[in-house]
Design a protein around this ligand. Structure first.
Ligand code: CA
Length: 221
């Protein structure tokens, strides 16, 4: 799951980026509102963590502008402003959750999982297709009754494909999900991850759609 953090404080922004990465998210970080609006237009994120006091614009205005443009991903406001007035303006302006700093990273991660599963219309975060079960909270994958060890990146590839099961994901989309703005990504990295997932979970778990990308299709399991 790819999260955009919008936070101007360097220490906190880097802390959130590192912390959410440790919780299994692909976390990208920007310090200015205008840059975030640009990123939302050009790249796919699953959710955003938004500070309100930004140098170039107020986070509330960013939120309202993003929603006015039709942006639909869950946005969690993370701020030091704890007045009910601020909170209501954000919730009515399209925020999905509102947390006061300082935040415990475990709670932030849990709340992001909740927002994402609600958006996908699931009552639990665990995803099951045929014999494969993935638990994003516990970071575990099993095949039947056997637990399977995936690397963190293999886990992200499998999670992205399971979440969009029935829809093809291109190599580029998967790269964005797994690596975000990390640089030095091997051009065949996704192929290698898919190869390893198939080796561990069975060849049929992921289909290749030649020239387009990869799909996990419930029908084919
Ligand atoms: Ca700030």
């Amino acid at each position: 799951m790819r999260i955009l953090i919008i936070e101007d404080d360097s220490l906190l922004g880097e802390g959130l980026r590192a912390g959410l990465s440790q919780h299994g998210f692909t976390a990208d970080w920007l310090q200015e509102g205008r840059l975030a609006l640009h990123a939302f237009q050009h790249e796919q994120f699953d959710a955003a963590v938004l500070d309100l006091g930004l140098p170039d614009m107020d986070g509330k205005d960013l939120l309202i502008e993003y929603r006015n443009r039709g942006g639909s991903i869950p946005i969690l406001v993370l701020t030091a402003r704890n007045g009910i007035g601020h909170k209501l303006v954000c919730l009515e302006g399209g925020a999905d959750d509102y947390l006061i700093k300082p935040v415990d990273l475990r709670e932030l991660a849990a709340r992001l999982h909740i927002l994402l599963r609600r958006r996908e219309g699931r009552s639990t975060s665990v995803i099951r297709i045929a014999d494969v079960e993935l638990n994003p909270h516990a970071h575990k994958v099993s095949l039947g009754s056997e637990q399977v060890d995936l690397s963190p990146r293999e886990f992200k590839v499998l999670h992205a494909l399971l979440r969009s099961s029935g829809r093809v994901m291109s190599k580029e989309q998967l790269e964005q999900h797994v690596y975000g703005w990390e640089t030095d990504v091997d051009s065949n990295a996704i192929q290698v991850h898919v190869h390893n997932i198939r080796r561990k979970l069975g060849h049929n778990v992921i289909q290749t759609i030649r020239g387009i990308g990869y799909i996990i299709d419930q029908k084919d399991q």
